[in-house]
Design a protein around this ligand. Structure first.
Ligand SMILES: *[C@@H]1O[C@H](CO)[C@@H](O)[C@H](O)[C@H]1NC(C)=O
Ligand SMILES: *[C@@H]1O[C@H](CO)[C@@H](O)[C@H](O)[C@H]1NC(C)=O
Ligand SMILES: *[C@@H]1O[C@H](CO)[C@@H](O)[C@H](O)[C@H]1NC(C)=O
Ligand SMILES: *[C@@H]1O[C@H](CO)[C@@H](O)[C@H](O)[C@H]1NC(C)=O
Length: 682
């Protein structure tokens, strides 16, 4: 193709052209505010087409656009959390003299001693993990005669304004991607400033994963966050460069390198032992004071991940089990404070549920299987993953060192996915309900009497089942089983449900933990704001002048509007739930398809409704007045580009984050390898 040929003829020119193009595209969000938030500038560099087996340009562009969308979201998030002493003036990266220079002047008596005397004729410029760094981002270089003034080969580039960190991005099918097909992305930090703070890095996304629907947008965002945090300082190679800055950021001129960042405890466990990290973990576990440190995964001397026995669900563990089960937790943020390079805004930290308040002995190989903590399981069989979003089976993996936990079952066990539910009309003896507000409960409910020959009832061991839940107060909630009323579920007790034999166990300290209103549900993770789960339709009604409605009238009007909507969509009433009209006359209704509701998918119905409302507004008559819809919009979806199929295909997806040691630590992000459970290390 024409473009490719041109690129081969003149690779650098077209690369700069591309960089310029993408700088313009991405430039907007990194404008510096007085708050000194870390300025991250992203540069996508397109790889020259090399591999014929994998070349379709459309695929690469599609992959790149997914990666860039994830990067935008990730850098915005990091910028709201990390602040730095800004780089003064434009950021200019240094060149590596051992690359451009073939020889230096060796006589200490000559004035140009140690300066470059001979250029390396094969010098190709600088690169960072395969991403070519444009000359515009680099200092210049010269060659020096034995005496006298230098000959300038390349002047300093203009550099990059308002930037503290340059992030190069490749979407490629590298040999690493080829050799390890499970690697999704990997990253490296490539340059440090005079205080050892990272200035530049590269993330390489393996192209075939970005074009596969098995990764959702949220998964790519979480993976990107993981890699970016590695390049910004959370890596075995960078731990030893962390600074000790006791004073405030403004006076951090002379922070010294920390004497001890990692250590081993008496059992040989590797710990990240800096002050904020130790305090933050102690607080999380409910231990007064500080701990010796926070355990790191055993990965040799350059461990770059939290020990997953203690940090399940943290973005910086080596195993990553889907975006909706991962959190950017306070202990990870504390690590960035301890690096001495960043000031951290903790207000966006997401609490880890795993191990919360479990005390000092939590997560030890020696205690995880003695039944002292219900975060770990001992029996075989099915139960609930600790976040109660998914059913799980009691199992282990190499990072758990023999400890076992309920891991999300392969597929179909997500209580929050409506499509996991039974088909309409199918028997539902356990009364399960799959819904965005459903959670996993241990239960042995059954509507049928299972009798042995003698007529005595057969006792069934409780297992993980999906039922609706709703918070009543902080820490308390009620549950609903198919066909039952709402029943209060007192945490720590087992309850009976009218119409069912058996018991439902109410978990303690797992649901409804945030301080929300009584009608709130346990806040679903961010990634649940996907269109196939919950729709809210907001219709503005043009108020007839001088007309105001009381609460009861608004309720009546909501029903009238809903009826008009049902008629317009040609659908059944069963898709619509909790219609309401606010005092400013905004109509909202949740849409989901309960079991037994006949008709198209919610997504299809939603699309139909939006289209017809765009064509012709809805008009309803109520009492003496006429109300007309003036706009309609989707309230809960965050990403319209994400197709419903993308979401459906994300079932039982597990990922493993590995670190591979490179020049400054190269991080890989890959699917879980099928390895045997390793022996316990202590
Ligand atoms: C940092 O050290 C330099 C040289 O040792 C000194 O001149 C400067 O005042 C110090 N800055 C601070 C904030 O202590
Ligand atoms: C910390 O983050 C929150 C949420 O993003 C923001 O509202 C707040 O202004 C931030 N605080 C500072 C000091 O930047
Ligand atoms: C489990 O082991 C820990 C540490 O040895 C001990 O404190 C705890 O009592 C044990 N729990 C049970 C249920 O045996
Ligand atoms: C449910 O489980 C409880 C406790 O294991 C048991 O006592 C009860 O008989 C079971 N009920 C049914 C209907 O299986």
């Amino acid at each position: 193709m024409k473009n490719n040929k041109n690129k081969n003829d003149c690779p650098l020119a077209s690369l700069i052209h591309l960089l310029h193009f993408f700088a313009v595209v991405l430039g907007g969000e990194t404008s510096r505010l007085p708050t000194e938030k870390v300025g991250i500038q992203t540069y996508y560099t397109r790889d020259p087409v090399s591999n014929e087996a994998w070349a379709p340009e459309a695929d690469e562009m599609r992959g790149a656009s997914r990666a860039l969308a994830a990067l935008r979201e990730t850098t915005r998030r990091i910028q709201s959390i990390l602040a730095v002493i800004p780089v003064r003036g434009p950021l200019l990266l240094s060149r590596d003299p051992t690359r451009y220079c073939h020889a230096i002047w060796g006589d200490p008596d000559t004035p140009n001693y140690h300066r470059c005397s001979l250029l390396n004729p094969g010098y190709q410029g600088e690169s960072c993990l395969g991403a070519k760094i444009p000359d515009a981002h680099l200092r210049g270089y010269s060659v020096w005669p034995e005496h006298g003034l230098p000959q300038l080969i390349q002047p300093d580039g203009p550099g990059v304004q308002n930037t503290d960190f340059l992030l190069y991005v490749r979407v490629a099918h590298t040999s690493k991607c080829h050799k390890e097909p499970s690697v999704i992305a990997y990253a490296a930090c490539c340059q440090l400033d005079s205080k050892d703070r990272p200035l530049a890095g590269t993330i390489v996304y393996c192209a075939q994963h970005l074009t596969s629907p098995s990764l959702s947008h949220s998964d790519i965002v979480m993976g990107t966050l993981h890699e970016l945090l590695h390049t910004l300082g959370f890596s075995g190679e960078l731990f030893k460069k962390w600074r000790d800055c006791s004073s405030e950021l403004s006076a951090r001129e002379n922070c010294s390198t920390r004497k001890q960042v990692t250590r081993r405890d008496e059992w040989g466990q590797l710990l990240l032992s800096t002050p904020a990290v130790s305090h933050s973990l102690a607080k999380h576990l409910g231990v007064p004071g500080a701990l010796l440190g926070a355990p790191l995964e055993e990965e040799g001397s350059l461990s770059s991940h939290w020990e997953s026995r203690l940090f399940q669900g943290s973005v910086m563990t080596a195993t990553f089990e889907g975006a909706q089960r991962s959190r950017l937790d306070p202990v990870t943020l504390a690590a960035f404070e301890d690096s001495g390079w960043y000031q951290v805004n903790y207000s966006t930290a997401e609490q880890l549920l795993w191990g919360q308040g479990s005390g000092v002995g939590f997560g030890l190989v020696s205690t995880c299987s003695n039944g002292s903590s219900d975060f770990f399981c001992t029996r075989s069989g099915l139960g609930c993953h600790y976040l109660h979003l998914d059913k799980g089976s009691c199992s282990s993996d190499p990072t758990l060192e023999g400890c076992r936990m309920y891991k999300p079952s392969a597929s179909g066990g997500e209580c929050w996915k409506v499509e996991n539910g039974l088909l309409a009309g199918a028997e539902n003896p356990h009364g399960e309900i799959y819904h965005p507000y459903s959670r996993c409960f241990l239960a042995n409910l059954t509507s049928q009497v299972l009798s042995k020959d003698k007529g005595s009832q057969l006792s069934v061991t409780p297992t993980g089942r999906c039922y609706l839940h709703q918070c009543t107060h902080k820490g308390t909630y009620k549950v609903q089983v198919e066909g039952s009323p709402w029943i209060p579920c007192l945490p720590g007790t087992a309850i009976q449900i009218p119409g069912y034999y058996g018991l439902l166990y109410c978990p303690q300290g797992r649901l409804c933990l945030s301080n929300q209103g009584t009608s709130a549900i346990t806040s679903p993770p961010r990634s649940f704001s996907t269109p196939n789960l919950l729709f809210q339709l907001s219709l503005g009604l043009t108020e007839t002048p001088g007309y105001s409605l009381g609460k009861e009238q608004r309720e009546e009007l909501a029903e009238v509007v809903l009826q008009a909507l049902v008629t317009r969509g040609g659908s059944s009433r069963c898709y619509f739930h909790s219609p309401a009209i606010t005092s400013s006359l905004v109509f909202t209704v949740s849409m989901w398809k309960p079991p037994g509701c006949q008709g198209p998918s919610v997504a299809t119905l939603y699309r139909t409704l939006t289209l017809t409302l765009q064509e012709k507004p809805l008009q309803v008559h109520y009492e003496e007045a006429i109300f007309t819809t003036e706009y309609s919009k989707l309230l809960t979806s965050s990403d319209h580009n994400l197709s419903v199929t993308d979401q459906l295909l994300l079932t039982g997806f597990c990922l493993l984050l590995l670190i591979l040691v490179g020049a400054l630590g190269t991080m890989a992000y890959q699917k879980r390898a099928t390895r045997q459970v390793g022996p316990s290390t202590t």
